[in-house]
Design a protein around this ligand. Structure first.
Ligand SMILES: NC(=O)c1ccc[n+]([C@@H]2O[C@H](COP(=O)([O-])OP(=O)(O)OC[C@H]3O[C@@H](n4cnc5c(N)ncnc54)[C@H](O)[C@@H]3O)[C@@H](O)[C@H]2O)c1
Length: 729
């Protein structure tokens, strides 16, 4: 954990907890013991604390938050105090990441020498926390109140070179860090090895109160309901207190409150959930992978173009195939426009934009897919069209090529069966816009080979996507859950809510966008198309007349200037529209429903618990591998508020018994379909045993075929028509 060596009067304390020197309990023990050892060794005059190339230290070992080790003696603040209290000068030699607790360790040192490209940050707010080992007090003493506040509140990372002029660093150097530290120690020797402690400095600001007032307003505006940024501001402001001890007391109190908060627990859950999602049973680093250096995308529409850009952005050449030349020209023009726009806005260097656009080669010849290692199909959502494309791909693709479909709702097993190589087929479900959205559902079909899945997962990382594995079912994880969520939002319109009220309530809960604004953005025709297929497949399904009528008017959302709202040309503000109100009113009357008032709490609970119940079924069927995967899907793909950790985490923290009671209440509503609120077996079981989804031992994933059959039967029994509607025919 810590290597100790004395050389020419200097004790070298090398942090050795690869890869990033997380400050685990063992490492903290190592640091304090080494400081004591150096202090008591008469041959030592100065102490150098140094890390490895990748990191001085990336900060606390957040795995320790869950167990008791995080607070185990020496707790990080005590370790930092021990460094600062040393009577021999301690020099931090900083390279790579110097973040969070790692930066606090450096601030406890008496001097700091850094490589110019070291990365300096206090990322704690991103986990709903503040620096808790003196960072909020020592940092402003060195870089000033304003810089400290900006960096701590935003959690952003800056290179050491950017803070070069401040008192944070005694030297910012290129080249060899050890040599620079040795040279610095030599200079200290000339001065008699003085010790200088950050706690003894004062924070000066000519108009501190006015600045803080301004900062409070601006931070509140961007915090989006999160507590940590404003609490961080409060802690940094305490650095102006007359004594260091007073400031530290404020920091510790705030830290203790935040670490116990649901917000921080949710953010930490989200962090670990993303890491966990990449771990798939049966796939390890040892699983063989296929080489992917050339990709082909079939279909240059909305998705195909975005998918092609995702690969070009990662430097991977793509052939973009189309059936029609107009569609190809349109797709390529859209791609060019996107890159030119990015260059014009300064987001990309012009030569980089040109290089990326140049990696995409248009083609109208299917044979051009022949040299690709991976082909992704993104043609119309129609099984017959997919069949023709996969038959053709089976003919032209080289042996060992991976064949993927971007279908949102169709059966990937059936698509795989259109080829003579179903083991090479899987789903790669990108989200729109594909070049922007991080989420990628990787659909593991019945016959997908492990190496094909493993290749897809590592490819996702290469193109900067967060992959979540899903089994085969209608809509996979994300869209299957969004279905009941949309159904509830539509039912609430029938009962008395307005699109605006539903959107506002769920947005106040923290969703980036309510269901109606989201639908207007994605295009109402997409869900209409899916609804029509569902009506045809399941004749007993209850038609969603309001939504259908909105679409019958051609109101497909922003792209047509009107949907659930109307839009001024060139603007995205959703304006309530009397045309929609009239449709809602007429349908309510046809259903003989007197509108009633809705509380925001009912809107939120109905929407969120509709997600949760379907999520529980998805887990039960083995479609998702773990509850946290569902959370990742919703956090990265559907704008679920990260400070609530995802639907399954939120339900677990609310208490599954409470969730069930609320669902029973909803089922008792005269207009509800009680079938809709039948709780998933897993939900009932967990609630009965007082557990949450996150600590559930899940049943083993079932073979995809069984899961699929279950999903189908669920759809048949869901959303039956009310008696009244049956009368309407
Ligand atoms: N739009 C979304 O938000 C979204 C999100 C995720 C997944 N998807 C899925 O992605 C797929 C494509 O959706 P989209 O929105 O990009 O559709 P789109 O209509 O914008 O594009 C489809 C393109 O495929 C082309 N095409 C049709 N048949 C072809 C053939 N035989 N060979 C080559 N090209 C052909 C069409 O000319 C068209 O340009 C669908 O399966 C859809 O369900 C869509």
């Amino acid at each position: 954990m810590l290597r100790y060596k004395v050389d020419a009067g200097i004790a070298w304390l090398t942090l050795d907890n690869p890869p990033l020197n997380a400050l685990s309990h063992a490492l903290r023990v190592g640091i304090v013991e080494a400081i004591d050892r150096a202090e008591s060794d008469p041959k030592v005059h100065a102490i150098v604390l140094i890390g490895n190339e990748r990191a001085f230290s990336s900060g606390a070992d957040i795995k320790e938050f869950a167990g008791g080790e995080f607070y185990a003696d020496p707790f990080l603040p005590r370790a930092v105090d021990a460094i600062e209290a040393a009577h021999k000068p301690v020099i931090a030699a900083i390279s790579g990441a110097c973040m969070g607790g790692g930066l606090e360790v450096a601030l406890g040192c008496h001097y700091r020498v850094a490589l110019a490209d070291s990365k300096i940050a206090f990322p704690e707010v991103k986990l709903g926390l503040i620096p808790g080992a003196g960072g909020t007090q020592r940092f402003p003493r060195l870089v000033g109140l304003e810089t400290a506040l900006n960096l701590i509140v935003a959690g952003s990372t800056v290179p050491a070179a950017m803070l070069k002029g401040s008192a944070l660093f005694d030297a910012v150097v290129p080249g060899s860090l050890a040599d620079a530290a040795r040279e610095f120690a030599r200079k200290l020797a000339e001065q008699g090895y003085p010790v200088r402690r950050v706690r003894d400095l004062k924070v000066e600001h000519p108009q501190a109160e006015a600045f803080l007032q301004f900062a409070r307003t601006s931070v509140a505006a961007v915090a989006r309901g999160m507590a940590a940024p404003l609490r961080a501001l409060e802690a940094v402001a305490a650095s102006l207190e007359p004594s260091f001890a007073q400031g530290i007391a404020v920091e510790q109190k705030i830290f203790a409150e935040l670490i116990a908060s649901t917000e921080s627990q949710a953010l930490r859950h989200a962090f670990f959930a993303e890491r966990a999602a990449s771990k798939v049973p049966g796939i390890s680093e040892k699983t063989a992978q296929r080489k992917v250096t050339q990709v082909a995308v079939v279909g240059a529409g909305t998705m195909g173009s975005g998918i092609a850009m995702s690969f070009a952005n990662a430097g991977i050449p793509v052939t973009l195939l189309e059936a029609k030349s107009e569609a190809l020209d349109r797709g390529i023009a859209g791609i060019r426009k996107f890159y030119e726009g990015a260059a014009a806005k300064g987001k990309l260097k012009p030569e980089e934009a040109t290089r990326r656009a140049g990696l995409i080669t248009p083609s109208l010849e299917f044979s051009a897919a022949g040299k690709a290692d991976l082909v992704i199909e993104a043609v119309f959502e129609d099984i017959e069209v997919k069949k023709a494309v996969f038959r053709e791909l089976d003919r032209v693709a080289k042996r060992g090529a991976i064949l993927a479909t971007n279908t949102s709702t169709l059966d990937v097993d059936a698509i795989a069966a259109f080829t003579r190589r179903p083991g090479d087929v899987l789903g790669l479900h990108f989200f729109s816009p594909a070049n922007v959205m991080r989420l990628l559902e990787v659909v593991n079909a019945k016959k997908t080979r492990p190496e094909v899945l493993a290749t897809a997962l590592s490819l996702a990382r290469r193109i900067g996507k967060t992959a979540v594995v899903s089994g085969v079912c209608d809509g996979f994880i994300g869209n299957r859950m969004i279905n009941p969520y949309f159904q509830q939002s539509l039912l609430m319109l029938e009962e008395g809510a307005s699109p605006r009220q539903v959107d506002r309530a769920i947005e106040a809960f923290g969703f980036a966008m309510g269901p109606f604004r989201m639908s207007d953005l994605a295009g109402n025709d997409i869900s209409w198309h899916i609804r029509k297929r569902h009506y045809a497949e399941h004749p007993r399904l209850r038609p969603m007349r309001i939504a259908d009528r909105v679409c019958e008017l051609g109101r497909f959302g922003q792209k047509t200037g009107a949907g659930w709202y109307r839009y001024e040309p060139g603007k995205r503000d959703a304006i309530p529209d009397p045309v929609v109100d009239k449709i809602i009113d007429e349908e309510r009357r046809a259903l003989d429903l007197a509108p009633r008032k809705f509380s925001d709490a009912e809107i939120v609970d109905r929407l969120v618990y509709a997600l949760v119940n379907e999520g529980a079924r998805i887990l039960e069927e083995g479609i998702a591998l773990r509850a946290s995967d569902i959370d990742v899907v919703y956090l990265t793909g559907y704008g679920f508020p990260v400070m609530r950790g995802g639907p399954m985490f939120h339900a677990s923290r609310t208490g599954l018994r409470t969730v069930l009671r609320r669902m029973r209440e909803f089922a008792g509503n005269a207009h509800a379909d009680p079938q809709f609120w039948t709780p998933a077996r897993l939900l009932t079981q967990l609630a009965a045993s007082g557990r949450g989804f996150d600590d559930a031992a899940l049943p083993k994933p079932k073979p995809a075929a069984k899961a699929k059959a279950k999903a189908k039967s669920k759809m048949k029994t869901g959303q039956k028509r009310t008696r009244k509607e049956k009368r309407r025919g």
